[in-house]
Write a protein that binds this ligand. Structure first.
Ligand SMILES: *[C@@H]1O[C@H](CO)[C@@H](O)[C@H](O)[C@H]1NC(C)=O
Ligand SMILES: *[C@@H]1O[C@H](CO)[C@@H](O)[C@H](O)[C@H]1NC(C)=O
Ligand SMILES: *[C@@H]1O[C@H](CO)[C@@H](O)[C@H](O)[C@H]1NC(C)=O
Ligand SMILES: *[C@@H]1O[C@H](CO)[C@@H](O)[C@H](O)[C@H]1NC(C)=O
Length: 130
């Protein structure tokens, strides 16, 4: 073989071995699970007044062992739009309950969004606001 041929043979073997001959290595990243707990309070019969402190609760009974994002955030939502006001942030999602102060909003029907890995909505409930 000419040295050029040797070079291409070497190149071919190298590429072949590194692509199809690759041994799968175990993923060093810890397996973690997405956790989106359902909100259990407020319910569809809840009525809150602006300025009051209320306990938002959610079901942690289905929590996986290793949660991807352990931190929760609660925001208000209406007609499919999530308000930028953050009612609570950076709390442990495994608490299952967190007190929030009902914001000063126009009276109406609202939902809460509990963010962890993703978002879960509460049922529609009523806020008597300003
Ligand atoms: C409110 O929630 C209860 C219990 O989940 C359900 O039976 C009822 O139909 C709901 N009412 C409305 C108006 O969504
Ligand atoms: C909030 O909810 C949690 C869980 O249900 C309960 O243990 C706690 O007593 C509640 N706090 C208030 C002030 O209602
Ligand atoms: C959770 O993480 C631990 C290590 O921190 C690991 O040993 C265990 O297998 C994981 N459990 C699950 C269900 O992923
Ligand atoms: C919620 O607020 C009440 C007072 O309104 C307080 O007694 C309770 O400890 C608070 N709960 C949490 C989970 O912060």
């Amino acid at each position: 073989m000419s040295s050029l041929m040797k070079f291409f043979t070497f190149l071919f073997i190298t590429i072949f071995c590194t692509t199809s001959g690759a041994v799968p290595v175990s993923n060093p990243i810890q397996k973690r699970d997405v956790f989106v707990p359902p909100i259990t309070f407020p319910t569809n019969t809840t009525v809150w007044n602006s300025g009051e402190v209320h306990n938002v609760t959610w079901d942690i009974s289905q929590a996986p062992v290793n949660i991807t994002n352990k931190f929760g955030r609660i925001q208000l939502r209406q007609d499919g739009i999530t308000f930028p006001i953050v009612l609570a942030d950076d709390f442990d999602i495994l608490l299952g309950a967190y007190n929030i102060t009902v914001p000063n909003v126009i009276s109406g029907i609202y939902e809460l969004v509990l963010f962890g890995d993703s978002g879960n909505f509460s049922p529609d409930f009523t806020i008597n606001g300003v």
